[in-house]
Design a binder for this molecule. Structure first.
Ligand SMILES: Nc1ncnc2c1ncn2[C@@H]1O[C@H](COP(=O)(O)OP(=O)(O)O)[C@@H](O)[C@H]1O
Ligand SMILES: [Mg+2]
Length: 284
C-alpha cells in the first residue's frame, strides 16, 4: 500500500533536511506505527504521503501512485485524521459529517452509526463550537472513516482523549485492521504503539533508526529471565531465574512448590526503554 525509498525533505525556508533517507514499506491490513518525539518529522512524513508536500526527493509510492502527482481518485481511498481537528464550528456534528461526505463519490457509512461508535450519538445535532476538545477529536476521527477508504493516516489519534475514549478509538482502529484496512499511525505514545501496531518505525530528528514488530523489540532488548514474587514468613520476596532451562531449574521449582506465589513475569523490555536504548532519546 505504501512504498517509500530514500525520502528526503527540506522545508523551503530551512537549511537542514527535516527527513533523511527514509525507507519503509506498509503492507495491506497492517498497522504501521511511526513513533518519535515531538519534532521528529512524523507529521511532515504524513503530509508527504498524502500528497500535501510535493517538493521531496526520493520515491513515495502510495496506493500505486507517486505522492507528488496523484489524481483525484487517490483521495477516495484515503482516510486522513490530523491531530488538530479542522471542523466547521458553526455546523452541527451531523452537518459536518454530511458536508465532508459530499466531497466523495463513495456512498459511505451511516453518520449516526459512526457517531454512536465514538459515543456522540446524542450530540448529532449539537453545534461543534459547543463541543469539548475531546468531542472534536472523536468527530474528526470518524470523519476520516465515513467514505470507507482502504488506507488511513491517523496522526496522534488518541492524543487529548481520556483513557476510556482513547481505548474506544484504539478498538475501532483494530476493527478496521480486521476488515483488511491499512493504517499508518503516528504517535509519541508507546502504549498506543504497542497495543495497535504490527510494525514500529522509530523516528528521531528525521531519521528512522529501526523498524521491527513490538514483540521482537521487547524480546531483543529485554532480559531473558523470569521474576517470581512470593510470600515467605508473611513478607514479600522475589527471585529471578534464567528463561533457558527453566522447567528443569531446581531452585525455581522449589520456590514454586514451597511458597504462595504472588506474581510471575518474564522480563521483556518496556518499549519506552527500548526507544531510549536505540535512539538515546525520550519519547516526549
Ligand atoms: N511548515 C514548516 N516550515 C518549516 N519547518 C517546519 C514546518 N513544519 C514543521 N517544521 C519543522 O520540521 C520538524 C518536524 O516537524 P513535524 O513533522 O511536525 O514533527 P512531529 O510531527 O514528529 O512532531 C520540526 O523541527 C519542525 O519545527
Ligand atoms: Mg506531529
Amino acid at each position: 500500500m505504501i512504498h517509500v525509498s530514500e525520502l528526503n525533505f527540506t522545508y523551503p525556508k530551512n537549511r537542514e533536511n527535516t527527513l533523511h533517507n527514509l525507507c519503509f514499506k506498509v503492507n495491506k491490513a497492517e498497522i504501521f506505527g511511526f513513533v518519535g518525539p515531538s519534532g521528529a518529522g512524523k507529521s511532515t512524513t504524513v503530509k508527504i504521503l498524502i500528497g500535501l508536500l510535493k517538493n521531496y526527493r526520493g520515491k513515495v509510492n502510495v496506493l500505486h501512485q507517486e505522492a507528488n502527482r496523484v489524481n483525484k481518485d487517490f483521495y477516495e481511498n484515503l482516510g486522513v485524521s490530523f491531530e488538530v481537528p479542522n471542523l466547521y464550528e458553526k455546523f452541527t456534528a451531523i452537518e459536518n459529517l454530511n458536508f465532508f461526505k459530499g466531497l466523495y463519490k463513495n456512498t459511505g457509512l451511516d453518520p449516526l452509526l459512526l457517531l454512536s461508535m465514538v459515543g456522540l450519538q446524542h450530540d448529532a445535532h449539537t453545534r461543534v463550537d459547543k463541543f469539548s476538545k475531546g468531542m472534536k477529536i472523536r468527530l474528526n476521527f470518524i470523519r476520516a472513516l465515513q467514505h470507507n477508504p482502504d488506507l488511513f493516516f491517523l496522526d496522534e489519534p488518541t492524543s487529548g482523549l481520556d483513557p476510556a475514549n482513547a481505548r474506544g478509538i484504539m478498538d475501532i482502529i483494530l476493527d478496521l485492521k480486521s476488515k483488511g484496512k491499512t493504517i499508518f499511525l503516528t504517535t509519541h505514545n508507546m502504549t498506543v504503539a504497542e497495543d495497535l501496531c504490527d510494525k514500529l518505525a522509530f523516528l528521531v530528528d528525521g531519521n528512522i533508526s529501526l523498524i521491527d514488530s513490538p514483540r521482537n523489540l521487547k524480546l531483543k532488548y529485554g532480559k531473558k529471565s523470569v521474576k517470581v514474587e512470593y510470600k515467605k514468613h508473611g513478607s514479600l520476596h522475589s527471585a529471578t531465574f534464567a528463561l533457558k532451562g527453566l522447567g528443569k531449574n531446581k531452585e525455581y521449582l522449589r520456590v514454586l512448590n514451597t511458597y504462595p506465589i504472588e506474581t510471575i513475569h518474564s522480563e521483556e523490555a518496556r518499549l519506552d526503554d527500548v526507544f531510549i536504548k536505540v535512539t538515546g532519546r525520550r519519547l516526549v
